[in-house]
Write a protein that binds this ligand. Structure first.
Ligand code: HEC
Length: 437
């Protein structure tokens, strides 16, 4: 798991600076091709065609069916979100200079992020481009930019490798994908790197989350790193985290009026953290099966041949994904969590529902994130279209976990009633997983 405090030495401080983009960006010197294994055969990431919500939006624009509206102060943002069906309640605000358009980002002008289970959108005040990541059933995720220039037919340009400098590293499980990280951040927006940093998912303790993000919502006595400007000269142990806790109104921190909403909702952030690494594990499981098959084919022409290596790749990637989707190691909440943007209500209302009216989108927010701890991402195209061997492995193992008398240490957090509920919900709503149950 990448959630470890990184020890900073001079060498990896340089690498970290580079990976955070604190050197010039975009850098023509950065090799765009051949860096990562997935940029070569058999994944061949840059050469294979993409097909996802963004390519469909582009086709709509090209054919004239979709007309994006450009409007100050956010350019195409509102229109893009509307067409991608991304609610504004998902807005998260990041004030650390840790991403592509970093010069324009600061505590008084945070970057805004939005997401649904198909796409992620980044917008920076006065930024040259809108940044997008689309979930893509065959490629995992694909990165795009869209120029913030008024024009008849705006283009969503597929990235040629620049985004991967930061979005394809151990922190994304070495596949192209989204990431949520947490950095101590100074009042100028610069990360204070010698204090270390974290990658966040649902296993992260609150105490390690949201450095460099604004966070609105209440969460009792659990403290986090959000809403804090770190003074470099101050010892780490003296930081008063309570100053950033339980903040519901950001208007005293910066001018919120240029933004779509005044929130950076804590629950939306928690769901984004879960989703980002779930997305990456799904991509990784796909890549491993494709690699395994490629390797087997090179060894033997018999198409049923399966080498030990390809079997191992599938078992490992499949088990990692299964543990994550069943929330093994989830951080246990010690106080109720409540957001401010209405995100929780909207998200919990989503279906599909089983015959008892239950859904995987229902949130708990008292002791854990979800009421029924199995990721709603099982309904996404990317998950449903996982290649057959890894899907069969997951289906088989999931059934064992849900029906065994004792499911083993990795799943000891799932009470019998949870396992039963998940089993029943899947049976009614997810034929891809519950086939033959
Ligand atoms: C310098 C490193 C860096 C580069 C280069 C970079 N990003 Fe990011 N990106 C980040 C980080 C770090 C985050 C997490 C939020 C933050 O810190 O702003 C992020 C977040 C995002 C998000 C929100 C979803 C998520 O992953 O949290 C989108 C969308 C996004 N980036 C798109 C892009 C696109 C498109 C490109 C290429 C044009 C790109 N990024 C290039 C570092 C980078």
């Amino acid at each position: 798991m990448p959630r470890a405090m990184k020890k900073i030495t001079p060498l990896n401080a340089c690498l970290l600076l580079l990976s955070l983009g604190l050197t010039a960006w975009p850098s023509a010197a950065a090799p765009a091709q051949g860096l990562f294994d997935f940029e070569r055969e058999p994944i061949d990431y840059h050469k294979k065609p993409a097909s996802n919500v963004v390519t469909r939006l582009q086709s709509g624009i090209d054919s004239g069916k979709v007309q994006l509206v450009y409007k100050e102060p956010r350019g195409y943002l509102d229109s893009v979100l509307q067409h991608l069906k991304i609610p504004k309640s998902t807005q998260s605000l990041v004030f650390s200079k840790s991403s592509a358009q970093l010069r324009k980002i600061s505590p008084s002008r945070p970057r805004a992020l939005y997401f649904n289970d198909q796409a992620y959108v980044g917008w920076v005040q006065g930024g040259a481009v809108i940044e997008l990541i689309a979930s893509d059933p065959t490629l995992g995720t694909v990165f795009y930019t869209m120029k913030q220039e008024r024009g008849a037919k705006p283009r969503l340009l597929r990235d040629k490798g620049q985004c991967l400098q930061c979005h394809a590293r151990p922190r994304t499980r070495d596949v192209p994908g989204p990431v949520v990280r947490s950095l101590y951040t100074g009042s100028d927006g610069q990360p204070v790197l010698n204090f270390g940093y974290y990658v966040s998912d649902h296993t992260s303790p609150f105490s390690e989350r949201w450095g460099g993000y604004y966070v609105t919502g209440t969460h009792g006595k659990m403290l986090h790193m959000g809403n804090l400007l770190t003074d470099r000269s101050q010892p780490l142990a003296e930081i008063d985290y309570s100053r950033g806790a339980n903040i519901s109104d950001l208007s005293g921190w910066f001018d919120t009026s240029p933004y779509l909403s005044a929130h950076s909702d804590i629950v939306a952030l928690m769901v984004l953290e879960h989703q980002s690494q779930m997305q990456n594990l799904v991509t990784r499981a796909r890549y491993e099966e494709v690699r395994g098959r490629y390797y087997d084919k090179a060894l033997e022409s018999n198409k049923d041949f399966r080498s030990d290596l390809s079997k191992r790749l599938i078992v490992r990637a499949g088990n990692d994904l299964l543990k994550y989707m069943l929330f093994t190691g989830e951080f246990r909440l010690r106080a109720p969590v409540k957001g401010t943007s209405g995100f929780a209500g909207e998200f919990s209302a989503r279906g599909p529902r089983d015959r008892k009216g239950r859904s995987l989108y229902q949130l708990d927010l008292v002791t854990r994130l979800f009421k029924y701890p199995l990721s709603y991402m099982v309904y996404t195209e990317s998950f449903k279209r996982l290649p057959s061997r890894v899907m069969a492995h997951i289906r088989r193992e999931l059934r064992k976990v849900l029906t065994a008398s004792s499911p083993g240490d990795d799943y000891a957090h799932l009470a019998l009633k949870d396992r039963r509920a998940i089993f029943e919900i899947l049976k009614d709503t997810c034929p891809e997983l519950a086939e033959g149950w």
